[in-house]
Ligand binder design. Structure first.
Ligand SMILES: Nc1ncnc2c1ncn2[C@@H]1O[C@H](COP(=O)(O)OP(=O)(O)OP(=O)(O)O)[C@@H](O)[C@H]1O
Length: 257
């Protein structure tokens, strides 16, 4: 199946006013999608609609070919939020335990990590370059390292798509760089579809193959190679939160390229 996500005529409002209006878009297998846009333009809202955390006011979302309300294969969907940074050093779980918890269903009657399951933990920790931290407490790791552990936890079930909601807030520049390299590896080598919200327009527009640009209750879809981020940043400068950069494409609501 080529389409991982199909959104048709989707509208959503929390109260009276629409946050997103009549959105149509498709995300294909292997895409690396960046959600960008001013504060309050609906990026997190769309992400929550795509993972079934919110229900559309009208229209529909299909995930892996299934209407979201009937979707059950949640092990194929990873989600990384910015909230994981809340651990502190007294949080008792180790990296191994955090990842092992994702295998709870597979542990059988006695809830024991078999050698096979342990090997799966080792494999994903090596993939994210965190094997040496297996027995460390999660709260003792940096924000960037914690995010890598959570990516590993997601990878344990071989996901087809990973959603990330500003995962690098508060993470230092070097760790951010390593994190982006990891995402490029997951996308390029493992073929995992990535959907990421980011305010780091410069870096994300270099990593993604498509840019979803939010504003005025709409989304404009750009191929990354034709996206002029300097022009974009110049246009959204200032305090006008509702300002949407001028788009060369005619017509509102996605599908414009
Ligand atoms: N639970 C809620 N109840 C009511 N309104 C909400 C709720 N969550 C978000 N909103 C409003 O919906 C709009 C879109 O919010 P959303 O969080 O999706 O924006 P965003 O683009 O992710 O913003 P940011 O970049 O600041 O995270 C905003 O006006 C916000 O105030």
């Amino acid at each position: 199946m080529k389409e991982i996500i199909e959104v048709e005529n989707l509208s959503f409002s929390y109260e009276d006013d629409y946050v997103l209006k009549d959105i149509n878009l498709t995300i294909n297998k292997g895409d690396f999608i960046a959600f960008i846009g001013p504060n309050g333009s609906g990026k997190s809202t769309l992400l929550k609609l795509l993972i079934g955390d919110l229900k559309a006011s009208s229209g529909q979302v299909k995930l892996l070919g299934k209407a979201i309300k009937n979707f059950k294969e949640w092990d194929k969907v990873g989600y990384i939020s910015q909230k994981v940074r809340d651990f502190n050093s007294s949080f008792p779980a180790t990296v191994k335990e955090i990842i092992g918890a994702a295998l709870y269903q597979e542990m059988g009657w006695f809830k024991i990590l078999t050698k096979k399951l342990e090997q799966r933990i080792d494999k994903v920790l090596k993939l994210v370059d965190m094997f040496d931290y297996k027995y460390r407490k999660i709260g003792e790791l940096s924000g960037g390292q914690q995010q890598r552990v959570f990516i590993a936890r997601t990878l344990i079930s071989n996901p087809e798509i990973i959603f990330l909601d500003e995962p690098l807030v508060g993470v230092d520049a070097k760790s951010q760089d390593e994190f982006y390299k990891l995402l490029a590896k997951l996308n390029g080598e493992l073929g995992i579809t990535i959907v990421m919200i980011s305010h780091d327009i410069y870096v994300i527009s270099d990593q993604a193959n498509k840019i979803f640009c939010f504003g005025n209750n709409s989304i404009f879809v750009h191929q990354a190679e034709e996206f002029d981020y300097i022009n974009y940043l110049n246009q959204i400068k200032g305090d006008n939160k509702s300002l949407v950069p001028k788009h060369e494409h005619q017509g509102v609501n996605s599908r414009c390229c």
